[in-house]
Design a protein around this ligand. Structure first.
Ligand SMILES: Nc1ncnc2c1ncn2[C@@H]1O[C@H](COP(=O)(O)OP(=O)(O)OP(=O)(O)O)[C@@H](O)[C@H]1O
Length: 654
């Protein structure tokens, strides 16, 4: 028979009345959460965690964490608390085996009493970032669906996957929001608290045994914070998961949801143990918790010297030292040490015994999943390609009407040349509009890479492939409008050659954006400035402004030959001029007339027929027909080069 469980809030400081937060069928829940059950990891311990960094001002080494230790058992949820800058994030990173950027890290972090291999630890743990990079244009259900596909084998039956997703939606109170968008800057989505819950659920769908969370409640009001932690606690308890979360000033009711507390100040432990025992520990040191005061606030005030008046600094530092000594010499601290030793001495299951998460998807299946996800994002989020398509359409109309119906007489030659340069250069320049979308993808990639889901190779491949149809569409729409309005070479072959070169131009420009954004993903403005600068450089040395034969050797050999805009401009020029003939102007009675009463701006073998052979225009630049195959090869090399450079940057950067 199904049993029903009801959870309602402890409402010491948040009045929630008798509101029922979840009414879930326990039997159904047990089935839906079967994949979350932890039967292998009994505990995580850390001892002697000492982290030193180089002081930014004095350049001397200083410890930001000193000899910190603790133990969290399966099913427990532990809070890391302390004043700002006390070392919470650093400790969380050390425990989660993530880079800290420190000079030296000493730590013995053990699972079930033994040191797990890096890969096993990656498989069994997940890290939920403070600013969890969710994709705003996906729905809540899609977010969990893609997280599941990236983490677990594609042979997982569809029904099983859906059951897991539904189970997590229920466990985190998200069933009603399942089909709501996460939200983008221009489309309102779910609330901040719901986003945090989605962030946690999307990590849990990958079945970790240990979950680290960096300030999961920051920026949330007390009711939303309570909900996030309460849902998390429910899942952890039912499935025996280990949860360690850093937290800033929780409300009384949120604070009491935690089983354990590690209180830090200036990198040192001030308390580690059950939340319920912290009050008696401080009472034993002579500090009684006043009535009607939030205990978390009280503790934080006690261990914070940042706001002490200048003349009381010394006094407050002395008190802090006393408190720290009080903890270090307490019986509880000794008990913590013995529990850690006990866990290490116990029958440690070697990590090959640990049930490591499910079989991972193959690289091609990862690429397919990323492609699918990017596809959904690309048609829902106008920032990705929609805005660019609109911009390029606008540019095509503008160009087509400025360079309108150019004739095949000689006065059109310079406008046609200018239009070719302007069109190809501006198309490339406007790829800067792709920067925000790629920066969002990069943030998601970092989170997923740290959690071991996929690597730079899968990102680069899927990112390149998803761009192909969209960039081709943009090239086609732009060309269909501007090409015929301006009256370029009116043959189908010339038109499609033009489309093809615009397409290659956009592919190279997007490669440049991806490379630069991979270098500076946190600074959109820097990426924007660099891409704009690079485009300016490529425009000035592509052969239009200064013809290749005139360009000095430094720019010619240093930059001109690997400037993709050179190949685009050259081949579009050849496409327009090599097979065409233009009429000369009729000579006016000025004495400068040609032989047949006409005046030709370019003297070619057709001058006596009052015509200009297009090749004459090309000769001025040193361009010839017949090199398209070679140039396409070079262009592909440049496009590939940008992608490889971006891939190397992503591989090398942490
Ligand atoms: N790689 C580093 N080099 C130099 N100093 C560092 C480095 N990493 C952290 N620190 C310093 O160590 C201290 C602890 O940083 P940490 O981010 O762990 O604190 P925190 O408790 O998480 O702070 P907050 O609550 O404000 O996020 C800070 O003073 C920080 O400036």
């Amino acid at each position: 028979m199904a049993v029903t469980s009801t959870t309602s809030a402890d409402n010491t400081d948040v009045d929630r009345g008798t509101k029922e937060y979840e009414v879930i069928d326990i039997e159904q829940q047990a089935v839906a959460e079967a994949h979350l059950r932890n039967t292998t990891v009994q505990n995580i311990t850390w001892r002697g965690v000492t982290v030193t960094v180089k002081d930014r001002e004095t350049k001397l080494s200083k410890a930001i964490l000193e000899n910190v230790e603790g133990i969290v058992e399966a099913g427990e949820i532990c809070a890391l608390m302390g004043p700002s800058g006390c070392g919470k994030t650093t400790l969380l990173n050390v425990l989660a085996s993530r880079p800290t950027g420190a000079q030296n890290v000493d730590a013995a972090v053990l699972v079930n009493g033994s040191k797990p291999s890096r890969e096993a630890f990656r498989q069994m743990s997940r890290f939920v970032e403070q600013d969890d990079a969710l994709i705003g244009s996906l729905t809540v259900r899609e977010t969990l669906h893609f997280a599941s596909r990236l983490a677990s084998t594609s042979s997982l039956p569809k029904q099983e996957r859906t059951a897991r997703i539904d189970g997590l939606l229920d466990s985190f109170g998200l069933r009603d929001q399942a089909n709501a968008l996460i939200g983008t800057p221009i489309r309102k989505g779910i609330s901040g608290g719901q986003k945090r819950r989605v962030g946690v659920a999307s990590q849990l769908i990958t079945s970790p045994k240990i979950l680290f969370l960096d300030e999961p409640t920051s920026g949330l009001d007390s009711a939303a914070s309570w909900e996030v932690i309460n849902y998390l606690k429910g899942v952890a308890k039912r499935n025996k998961l280990i949860v360690i979360a850093s937290i800033h000033q929780p409300s009384t009711s949120t604070f009491s949801l935690f089983d354990k507390l590690l209180l830090l100040s200036a990198g040192k432990s001030h308390y580690f143990g059950p939340v319920a025992g912290v009050q008696s520990h401080y009472e034993s040191l002579g500090y009684e918790l006043p009535l009607h005061v939030n205990p978390a606030e009280f503790l934080l005030e006690m261990v914070n010297t940042d706001f002490a008046a200048a003349h009381r600094r010394r006094e407050s530092q002395q008190r802090l030292d006393q408190l720290q000594m009080g903890w270090a010499s307490s019986q509880q601290a000794k008990d913590v040490s013995s529990s850690i030793s006990g866990a290490a001495a116990g029958p440690s299951s070697t990590l090959t015994d640990l049930e490591v998460a499910e079989k991972k998807p193959s690289p091609p299946s990862l690429v397919l999943t990323l492609l699918h996800r990017s596809f959904v994002k690309s048609y829902r989020d106008v920032v990705v390609y929609g805005i660019r398509l609109a911009m390029y359409t606008g540019l095509a109309i503008m160009m087509g009407t400025v360079w309108l119906r150019l004739s095949s007489s000689q006065e059109s030659i310079i406008p046609l040349t200018n239009a070719i340069f302007y069109g190809s250069a501006f198309m490339s320049f406007m790829a800067v509009a792709y920067i925000p979308a790629f920066i969002e993808d990069h943030a998601t990639f970092l989170k997923e890479k740290h959690n071991g889901l996929y690597s730079a190779t899968e990102l680069m491949l899927s990112n390149f492939l998803i761009g192909l149809p969209y960039l081709f569409l943009i090239s086609l729409v732009f060309s269909a409008i501007s090409y015929w309005l301006s009256n370029f070479n009116p043959t189908a072959e010339a038109f499609f050659t033009w489309v093809f070169w615009i397409f290659l131009d956009l592919l190279a420009a997007e490669g440049l954006v991806v490379f630069v954004c991979s270098l500076f993903p946190s600074f959109a403005v820097v990426s924007l400035a660099l891409v704009a600068f690079a485009n300016g450089l490529w425009m000035s040395v592509d052969g239009f402004m200064v013809q290749p034969g005139v360009l000095n050797v430094f720019w010619r050999y240093g930059f001109h030959y690997w400037d993709y805009q050179k190949y685009v401009f050259e081949n579009m020029m050849v496409n327009e001029f090599s097979g065409r003939v233009y009429t000369c102007a009729a000579a006016e009675g000025t004495g400068t007339g040609g032989k047949n009463g006409c005046w030709c701006m370019w003297q070619t073998d057709l001058a006596d027929q009052c015509l200009i052979r297009g090749q004459g225009v090309l000769d001025q630049y040193g361009y010839k027909d017949g090199y398209m195959g070679k140039d396409v090869g070079i262009m592909m090399g440049i496009i590939l080069g940008y992608r490889i450079a971006g891939w190397i940057v992503l591989k090398l950067k942490n």
